[in-house]
Design a protein around this ligand. Sequence first.
Ligand code: AMP
Length: 216
Amino acid sequence: MRIVLLGAPGSGKGTQGKKLAEKYGIPQISTGDLLRAAVAANTPLGQRAKAAMEAGQLVSDEIVMGLIRERLGEPDTEPGFILDGFPRNLTQAEALDRMLEELDKPLQVALHIDVDFDTLMQRLTGRRTCESCGQMYNIYTSPPKIDGVCDQCGGRLIQRADDNEETIRKRLEVYRSQTMPLIAYYREQGKLRTVKGDGSIDDIFARILSQLEGVE
Ligand code: AMP
């Protein structure tokens, strides 16, 4: 299965991507995670990406395409992949199509997770992540049992540097102006499927699975 998850920051792409990856035994590839790892490791690429990420802007297409080209060259992507947070604009979407065409492995589905603006704000401002195991929480809707402590491993819960209100507004604006046009792009290709991204994680996952029926 070769799919792209489309949706605003906070729409649940990461959460649902992880569940899909587990179910289908294929990797979830998040350019945001790859970039955050590069920033944390202070690699030259991370140093170039850091300022744009902190400002809620997109990192350059050149950097992101390099990361994706490298990642899609790894053998675990052979049976398929779930792209999460990529592509983010038309240039990236067209470059991805060309890359996959060369590999004779075209994209099958672009799955759009549709969530309203107020819900996105609440999800993003309340989001916390365990620094040890990556488990995600939301202080409003799915809080940990003990404030600031991971239920699963006891690790410390941290807030992403770009999950503050000002940067969130910028990221949502970037989504509206640069990423939303991809909905029409994939609709024209006949690859778009849309699910409502409200309700429980399991409800949303069930909607996604029904949209993916018949896709191998
Ligand atoms: P995410 O975790 O997907 O919300 O991404 C966090 C930040 O990483 C974004 O706000 C961008 O600065 C950067 N980023 C992630 N994916 C991309 C992409 N495909 N193109 C450009 N920038 C990206």
